[in-house]
Write a new protein. Structure first.
Length: 245
């Protein structure tokens, strides 16, 4: 029964972050107007807002203008509930479950914003740190398996490794590397892990980014000089570390 509840909550949250990932960067209120098609701007009927199912029923197109609904919204409505379930199966109910679900939710939101705009606002970046601060507080209270120093060392190691990599690229190419804003984001999710876990996350993220980047270039979807959003790759690395290690 609890798994069904988690799936329903995951579907609701994924639909919400899909909406705000479009609204917030566009300076649109998250309350008004009601949900609308990003193409024709017509208000979407409540029966067309059912997460996952509405996309299938509509064939992935707006009921009014027939333009395609971005596939990314459908994908996250599948992925987020599945990740929530995976976290629950591995960690069970408790502080870790809620903290990790929050982390994944925020990272998916940041991934969507990064994918659409290529830039993150200060409040977007700060959101990923809130869970980390709560984690440190709970650790200080003895509610988690590791002491605060365990997580702080993880965040510090991530900051140092990323800074060194960007410095090397800068010295070699004599220009600021693409994605320099990631330096502000990465310590946030790194607060959830220890040093060795952080190293694995960075390795997984890099490998995933290289694989996807090469695939896109070889299929000529993007050119060699195209900019790649980095947060989705970091998110993938975090998910792999949480669920499989």
């Amino acid at each position: 029964m609890i798994q069904i509840y988690i799936i329903l909550v995951g579907l609701t949250i994924s639909s919400f972050i899909g909406s705000i990932s479009y609204r917030v960067p566009g300076n649109i209120s998250i309350i008004t107007p009601r949900s609308f098609c990003i193409h024709c701007k017509k208000t979407i009927k409540p029966y067309d807002l059912i997460p996952f199912l509405s996309y299938i029923i509509l064939g992935g197109r707006c009921r009014f203008c027939k333009n395609k609904i971005p596939l990314k919204y459908f994908v996250i409505e599948i992925i987020i509930p599945l990740i929530y379930i995976g976290i629950y199966i591995k960690f069970g109910p408790g502080y870790e479950f809620f903290l990790l679900c929050y982390l994944i939710t925020v990272l998916v939101y940041l991934s969507l914003v990064d994918f659409d705009t290529g830039s993150l606002g200060i409040y977007d970046i700060f959101s990923v740190y809130i869970g980390g601060f709560c984690l440190l507080l709970l650790s200080l209270m003895g509610k988690l398996r590791h002491p605060p120093s365990y997580f702080l060392y993880g965040a510090l190691s991530a900051s140092v490794l990323i800074s060194l990599s960007f410095l090397i690229i800068f010295l070699v190419k004599r220009k600021v590397p693409m994605g320099a804003g990631d330096l502000l984001v990465i310590p946030g999710p790194s607060l959830y892990f220890g040093v060795f876990e952080v190293i694995r996350v960075l390795i997984f993220s890099s490998l995933f980014g290289i694989f996807v980047g090469l695939a896109l270039i070889f299929t000529r979807i993007v050119g060699k000089g195209s900019k790649f959003p980095m947060i989705p790759y970091i998110t993938a690395g975090v998910v792999i570390e949480i669920l499989f290690f």
